[in-house]
Design a protein around this ligand. Structure first.
Ligand code: NAD
Length: 459
């Protein structure tokens, strides 16, 4: 039997030992999904859509209870959990409004003798291995369009967000999705690896670069579609023409919201030398204003880290930076209390010899580096293996577009950061991943085309 010990991230207290699905249990779920998928795909699109509409409505109705489950399990501050659950129905509206048109057959040639058209068919049984940091966002990004397209889904939430994952399954089933068509698979890496040994038809992954590589390797053996939404080391640049205080406050939120545990958190900041002093001062003041504490409290902005194992990673990054000459302006250490707590940390006098400026931190730590101008900013922003998002703050759109266009990044932000829109493809480059969720590509990702060549009978 596979078991996973669970700990409350806010108190460090043991919770329970979760019984995980072993290879045999995973195989049984797969067989049931395989058997149920054709009937689901054969149902009229309107019926599948009606299930997802009910799911959206139930989610909106039960927001507060679902947010409490998430906050308790992951340590996300309750207000931020409510923000995530509360924003999910609006994101589902994109799929609800667009999927039918995106999945409709398309005639490309229609002449008296010859018609050419494309129809879109579900992949079959797809696996979604997911992360814990925004489980509602990153989960629904995958399984909602997958279900609309007629796939069966084996959804494996992170072992750090199992209660959340199980609540998703309950809600989808209550909304009318058949139990075998959407199944929650419980477990950690070993369970995820077992899923990939089955003859599945696609794997959609959200998580770290290291695990993403393993997923891609496992999928290669089966030659199935693979989508990887991975980590980031997202840069922001504040040019010399912006208000340093307003920009610093916006970027402090982008860096520390959800304790920096966002794939698109701002992870490094470059500031034009002309505004560097006032920017750093305002940034530190913004961080001093963040309330850290019990995730269940309404006014808490910073909670614990969900994954305690990230603390030594962050400590090592801070130690490396300090050894190479960085100054700790705020924080720099774990808190002396039970649970996975790390003080919000601001490093200055940083440079690119330091890990903290090039490797994902995924926690409440930021390095701020002074630059001489746009050219140096571009060079440093591109100096990473990741390519998820990048932000430029300036009054000049042409200047921002010039800088952003020179960066190898899937998302480009002008005067904003840490933002996701359901209308826009969410995609990483380099170590940040392969493929897109959301937008139009994020609907078509769950179907394959069939090309029809229809020639009228001759004679
Ligand atoms: P992780 O890679 O540790 O785990 C992700 C999932 O993979 C979990 O469900 C885990 O159980 C599973 N897993 C682990 N080993 C496996 C294996 N060998 N085979 C199959 N499955 C396996 O990542 P995490 O800590 O859950 O999430 C944090 C990471 O996710 C960060 O790097 C973050 O940037 C990234 N992320 C990216 C996006 C995005 O959209 N690009 C969104 C959210 C999070």
């Amino acid at each position: 039997m596979l078991a996973i010990e669970r700990t409350d991230p806010a108190t460090g207290e043991a919770r329970d030992a979760l019984v995980a699905d072993d290879a045999a249990a995973v195989a049984r779920k797969y067989e049931a999904a395989r058997a149920a998928q054709p009937a689901w795909a054969a149902r009229p699109f309107a019926e599948r859509l009606a299930c997802i509409e009910r799911f959206r409505d139930l989610l909106a109705e039960r927001r507060d209870g679902l947010a409490a489950i998430q906050s308790k399990e992951t340590g996300k501050p309750i207000k931020q959990a409510r923000g995530e659950v509360g924003a999910t129905p609006g994101r589902l509206d994109w799929f609800i409004q667009q999927a039918e048109a995106m999945l409709a057959p398309s005639t490309r040639l229609d002449t008296p003798g010859l018609t050419e058209k494309v129809t879109w068919e579900a992949l079959g049984v797809v696996v979604n291995v997911s992360a814990w940091n925004y489980p509602w966002f990153v989960g629904t990004n995958v399984y909602v369009p997958a279900l609309l397209a007629g796939n069966a889904v084996l959804y494996k939430p992170s072992e750090l967000a199992v209660d959340v994952g199980l609540s998703m399954g309950q809600l989808l089933h209550e909304a009318g999705v058949p139990a075998d068509v959407f199944q929650v698979v419980v477990g950690g890496g070993a369970t995820g690896a077992a899923l990939l040994e089955l003859p599945i038809d696609g794997v959609f992954f959200t998580g770290s670069h290291a695990t993403g590589v393993k997923i891609a390797q496992a999928a290669a053996a089966q030659l199935i579609p693979v989508q990887l939404e991975l980590g980031g080391k997202d840069p922001a640049y504040a040019a010399d023409d912006v208000d340093p205080k307003a920009t610093a406050e916006g970027l402090a939120d982008g860096a520390f919201y959800n304790a920096g545990q966002s794939c698109c958190a701002v992870e490094r900041i470059y500031v034009h030398e002309a505004i560097y002093g006032p920017f750093v001062e305002a940034f530190a003041a913004a961080v001093d204003g963040f309330v850290m504490g019990d995730p269940a409290h309404e006014d808490t902005y910073l909670g614990p880290l969900t994954r305690a194992a990230q603390i030594p990673v962050i400590e090592a990054q801070v130690a490396d930076a300090v050894a190479k000459g960085a100054k700790v302006l705020r924080g720099g250490h774990r808190l002396d209390k039970p649970g996975a707590w790390f003080a919000p940390t601001v490093l200055i006098d940083v440079d690119h010899t330091m890990e903290v400026m090039r490797e994902e931190s995924f926690g409440p730590v930021i390095g701020i580096q002074k630059v001489s101008g746009d050219a140096e900013a571009v060079k440093l922003m591109n100096d990473t293996a990741y390519g998820l998002t990048a932000a430029v703050y300036t009054h000049d759109l042409a200047r921002a577009q010039g800088i952003l266009g020179a960066l190898d990044t899937g998302t480009a932000y002008w005067n904003c950061c840490d933002r996701v829109s359901p209308r826009l493809e969410w995609t990483g480059r380099g170590h940040s991943g392969v493929g897109s969720t959301l937008g139009e590509v994020g609907i078509r990702a769950f179907v394959r085309p069939r090309a029809w060549h229809l020639r009228a009978p001759q004679g």
